[in-house]
Design a protein around this ligand. Sequence first.
Ligand code: SF4
Ligand code: SF4
Length: 416
Amino acid sequence: MGKERPLRTGLTRRKVITSAGALAGGLALSGCKYGTQAFLASKVPPPPPQPEWAGARVRGFRRLGRTGFQMSDISFGSANLEEPEVVRAAVARGIRYFDTSPDYSNAKSERAIGEGIRGAPRDQLFVASKFCTPNGHLPNEVSVEHAIRAVEDSLRRIGTDHLDLIHIHAVNTIDRLMAPNIHEAFDRLKEAGKVRFLGVSSHTPDLERVMRHAVASDRFDVIMVAYNYQHWPSIGEIFHDAHQRDVGVVAMKTLKGAYHAKLDDFTATEKESFAQAALKWVLSNQDVSGLVVSIERPEQLDEYLMASGQPFEPADQALLERYDARVSGIYCRPGCGACLESCPNDVPVDDVLRWRMYSENYGRHAEASGRYATLDPARSPERCVGCAAPCVSACPFDLPVQSRLLGAARLLGGGA
Ligand code: SF4
Ligand code: SF4
């Protein structure tokens, strides 16, 4: 099967969407502030918890499409999770939906979720994982038996007899979306009562095309999509179509890179308010069933759950616009990939810049470096040295792609 190349779609539209932000980002770039990004490389503590946030609970529940489950509007993402205590606290605060994957924290995330939900009524919780192993995503051509074993391994790690939802993970092509062996594995697992519903997750290039196909196919019960402020409007259309067809919509990557704690010109109040504003914006779309946000510390429950069930206000909008203007020149949009075809060395720009973000903003340096180490040297950002960088003009968001990649190479690989 030949390799599918991502489509270049919607560039003009996206350029319009972000023009104000790009202008502000461009002004910052002209001062070379983002050339090295040294201020982002150090770990900056999150905003201090506010006394009024203590003990915040889920206040909103929404139906997750045809699964019929009433999910907590703000739900538990676990990409960096290692310890179960925060999961127990989340259950006690009303979170009902837990998203995990074998490749999160080298399988520690699944174990922590399993231990954390133990003793809670299983039928009142919804546990989602991915067709994946601790070593990474299953390839499209995986055998049916291998795919089934991978899910059974997840069940053992979580300590449950079934998953409520299993996603085909990191889908960026229709070939992957409809990989026949993975679908057969799902059917067999469902027949055996080991999984209940099928989902698809994607934050990679060609996201819109993949999600349109997923929704139209009527094969998927839930879609999980990167969604944050000023994402391109057609995602909203896809969500609406999904809602009409009773497909659940779960939003992820909702903090748009989570640069807020590191923005030195953001006031303390802006840093404290940003996450809640971002989450409220996502939930202001009534076609969204709920969102998952990475949680690994109890104080994040306080911070994020304050946004549960709350309206999106004009002050939130103003803050998100200011954030957008500030990060527009450094934030590589999930699901974009518009620069990929321009690169003669096939550097996976979006992946590398996402790993950089994981390291800089989410404290996931070991994971990010590990992923970087798996790169074929022929496709490494080391190839950017001395390149004429056609990727820069191909980026509709005016990112300094080459310097961002060289920075990633230094941060994650110690090179370039
Ligand atoms: S600078 Fe790097 S990513 Fe850009 S075209 Fe050259 S090799 Fe590709
Ligand atoms: S660098 Fe620009 S064009 Fe390339 S994937 Fe990121 S946002 Fe899209």
